[in-house]
Design a binder for this molecule. Sequence first.
Ligand SMILES: [Zn+2]
Length: 348
Amino acid sequence: MHKKLHEKIRDHFINLGKKYKILLPVAVIGLFITLLFTKMFHYIASASKRFACAAFVICCFFIGSSFAFPIFNPDNGFVTDGSEETMIAAANDSNLNFAPEDEIESAAAEETDTENVAIKDESGVLLDEDLVYLDDMLKDLPESEEEEPKPVETAAPTFDPFDWRLTLINKQHPIPDGYEFVLGDLSGSMKCDERIINDLLTMVKAAMDDGVKLVICSPYRDLERQEMLFNRKIDAYMKKGYSYMDAYKLSSQAVTIPGSSEHQVGLAIDIVTDYYTYLDDGFADTDAGKWLAEHCDEYGFILRYPKDKEYITGIEFEPWHFRYVGKQAAKLIMDSGICLEEFWEKYL
Ligand SMILES: [Zn+2]
């Protein structure tokens, strides 16, 4: 009877084991492998349809699935593989959207550097390009300023809510649509609302006469710059090891959200002094910080983010950030120790 191949191999190993005792282990292993492969071949052959179906299903799974790793999409800020489903899921699952206002406020109050952090270098000192010494402009300032007519003292002063000087801008009140203003030059690329330049220069000169050197930094910022600062803050957080999603959330709490900064309408000025260019609490103790806190209202400016008002402004004490509101409102605000939000609630 004609033997099959695997039977021949099997018999060959059996004979080998009988003939040479020393090759017995090799013969046993060979026999075992032969039997194993024979069994497997028979099994696969008898269930070929089943295996073909399984292979087809596995192929479909690989073709239909995406195994792309999540990537950062700079346009929409989502960490996603780009598919619509993943984007929606990411938006729903994560905290990528701005945090609720109350969260932003409390977190902002915890931050020490708030909106100005990004204009500092690594050591926390302002960069030269961010500082403006107004010496040249002060030379052109007329010696005797024509005094603005003193506001008439009344028991209940009235203010116009549409007065451009009183425009309320914060996280809850972004820059109004269609808000118009003209920029005036301070020095180099530094600009601010041209209507406040005269009062600003007069204030800087008055301080100088009192032996105090005021240095202007970061007056007007356009939306692009505000966005740059915002994105730079995100990068800084990511370098500290935060994921993009967490960095985005933290940045929206630490840096004024683009579109909600007073610097964008040229009414806010950050002021330091020549020997202290840190934007931190310490500025309040310098002679410049003290002089400003005492005299800024005489020139129409207020300390916009006072101490102990963080729970209202949402911004920590910033002794360097001054906002123009006009002399009458400034005097009222500074004398009564309120912030602009409280002023609006009470008088407008
Ligand atoms: Zn500022």
